[in-house]
Design a protein. Sequence first.
Lengths: 356, 123
Amino acid sequence: MRIQQVLCAAGPVDAVTNQAFACRRLFGSWGWGGEDASAVLAPGMDRRAVRPLSSLRPGPDDVVLVHYSGYATGLERLMELPNRLVVISHNVTPARYFWAYEPIDGLRCALSPAQLAELARAADVAAGVSEFNAAELRRAGARDVRVIPILFERDRMGPPSPPAERRRGPPTVVFVGRLAPHKRQDLVIRAFALYRAEHAPDARLVLVGTPLAPAFAASLARLAEEVAPGAVTFERGLAPEALWERYRSADAFLCLSEHEGFCIPLLEAFHFGVPVIARPIGGIPEVVGDAGLLVPTDDEDGIDLAVVAELLHLAVSEPDLATELRRRGEARLGAYGLHPTAARLRAALEGTEAPA
Amino acid sequence: MSAPTPEEAARLAEERAAAAREHGGYAEAPPSFEVSPAAEIGDWRITEWAMIEPDPAKAYSTRRAGTPITWLKRGLLRLLRQYHDDLAGQQSRFNAHMAAHVMRLDERVRELEQQLEAERRGA
């Protein structure tokens, strides 16, 4: 069998690109061939790994697997191909978050729902990486909608550090995600500043992520310098090993995003035994389950930053609570095991019933 | 006191935050500015975007052994700088006129809204 994977945009530190590579490794282990192509190739992307979409020429029996992450030109012709078509939606952020900083990204996001709906209706199988995403595909009128979570390759991440080693330095809070308005790093900084002022003056915050736009990154840096001077570190473009080290040295993972379709870093935090505190929004509640501390929200999904600061304090200072969260995080990863997800993906590609 | 369970943590955090506030805690001075998640596009941003400055670093190659191709592309850009500067100048001029036009329209809409509001109050 040959699988031709299509990405909307490919980049060297892009989560969806990494998912496509994980799928490719899996296909290789099954003895399946095929190539990967993308409508847009970001700077630094290796053309040997991902080719331009325009060069994609699927054979008559090939299956086309689209990893949809935003509007891209050239996807229309995929719907005209006679090949079996499987679309996995990795979620699209609402456009309103981008207008003020990157209007072209905003435009892509604004055009995405219609294009995704069209693709989903044309697809033999349309899948969301979470039930939250799958619901969007059902509303679009897709025929066969499934949930195929991301392939989480724990064996590539190395072991977590023992909890005793973790507590040697000052408390460290981490968040991993693109520096973008919907991720609300501004709230993470402000909640962290409150935690620091009330409980841990030596605490540190590490924000890992590529900025959406220099102006947005500058705003966050200015905010951090104002409310928690010298305590916030911004990092980007980390190699996997360096990223895993950030998790190993963290005492809590804090996610206050306003929009998330899945949030892979939550699983990474579980893997490294880092207690998770998160706002229950989008796909987050189903990914976190009972393995994290969900921040109470009001009717409009607003949060009280003082409560977030107290949750941080509990997660960092209560060893029994942290141990229980680590245990549950480990159990939660069972739901995202490589084998069950791989079986679902294989069933979608082969056109068989989804395994229970 | 035993450690809270994850299920108890949220309620406990709310109680502790409320108690701390009663004693003057969590008196967060609001930051001097907001990082708005879905900010309006301000006039300053439109004018900033109007003056285009193409980044030569965007001329690159992702091909195998693409470094010489990147150098070649950047060399060509240097050779054609005069032409590209003129092109960028023309585009920026058009953008600036459009930005100014949008801002004038914005002012007129604001004036009309104020007039309408005043008429409503008068009525």
